[in-house]
Design a protein around this ligand. Structure first.
Ligand code: IPE
Ligand code: IPE
Ligand code: MG
Length: 244
């Protein structure tokens, strides 16, 4: 409720690098997979908190294009959890009025997952509530390269004058086309890097690194992050209001 009072300074779009599942499990002498299972519960809680706070968009980094480098057994467990989450939660997400979008490379995931992704997007396409975006098999550099390749092809075929390429045009070729850029990027688990997440879109995002491991991140931690965002002064290269 406190966040509702600050609605004018709330971020429109929050993006989260959900990190620390493995360390959460290790602390408990559990297999890494148990950390991922616990992480799904944190996803559920944070999605509801974000909807309650009235955000326009929430993006969750669920699997990076580099996470394929992990042992097959862990990749398999993560894919299994993704399947379970979508099967069990999509109805509730739809009822909450959220619109689901998955950003990432769809050609490498199993066909049944691709089908689930398409169905969940289709099922929620008419919703007008929060945009709930999962970055899944996502890599920021790969996303930018795909956009560049598309523009280069259009130029080569004479459909595009290279002089007319603007930041807006590039943005419109990214997976996030139509969404506001993230105002706040949160990374859990104490790591201080972006790991190829929303590289273009985060140009002016506020970054918040918290030590909490992802499975321990819940509604209270999320609301605290929103509160911290309201204390930041964003300048976008201009002078602060008091000086200008
Ligand atoms: C984040 O937790 C989940 C994914 C990357 C899919 P990690 O699995 O990276 O957990 P740590 O970093 O090893 O603790
Ligand atoms: C980033 O976490 C990817 C996700 C949270 C899905 P990683 O744990 O894969 O990142 P690095 O390897 O520590 O940079
Ligand atoms: Mg990690």
């Amino acid at each position: 409720m406190a966040a509702q009072q600050h609605k004018e300074t709330l971020p429109r779009h929050v993006a989260i690098i959900m990190d620390g599942n493995g360390r959460w499990a290790r602390k408990r002498h559990l297999p890494r997979q148990a950390g991922h299972v616990a992480g799904v519960n944190a996803v559920r809680e944070v999605v509801r908190a974000a909807i309650d706070a009235g955000l326009e968009a929430l993006t969750l980094y669920a699997f990076s294009s580099e996470n394929w480098k992990r042992p097959a057994i862990e990749v398999g467990a993560l894919m299994g959890l993704f399947r379970l989450y979508f099967r069990n939660d999509i109805h509730e997400i739809a009822e909450l009025g959220a619109r689901v979008r998955i950003i990432g490379n769809r050609t490498r995931v199993d066909p049944d997952i691709r089908k689930m992704i398409e169905e969940s997007e289709h099922q929620t396409a008419g919703n007008t509530g929060m945009n709930l975006i999962f970055a899944f098999d996502y890599g920021g550099q790969e996303e930018i390269v795909a956009a560049v390749r598309e523009l280069a092809r259009a130029a080569k075929e004479g459909r595009l004058d290279p002089e007319t390429i603007t930041p807006e045009l590039v943005s419109s070729r990214l997976f996030t086309n139509g969404l506001p850029e993230p105002d706040l990027v949160i990374r859990t688990s104490g790591e201080r890097r972006l790991s190829n997440f929303l590289l273009w879109q985060s140009a002016y995002a506020e970054l918040l690194f918290v030590d909490t491991l992802w499975p321990d991140f819940g509604r209270a931690e999320f609301m605290d992050a929103l509160e911290q965002f309201t204390q930041r002064e964003r300048r976008f290269g201009a002078l602060p209001e008091a000086v200008a």
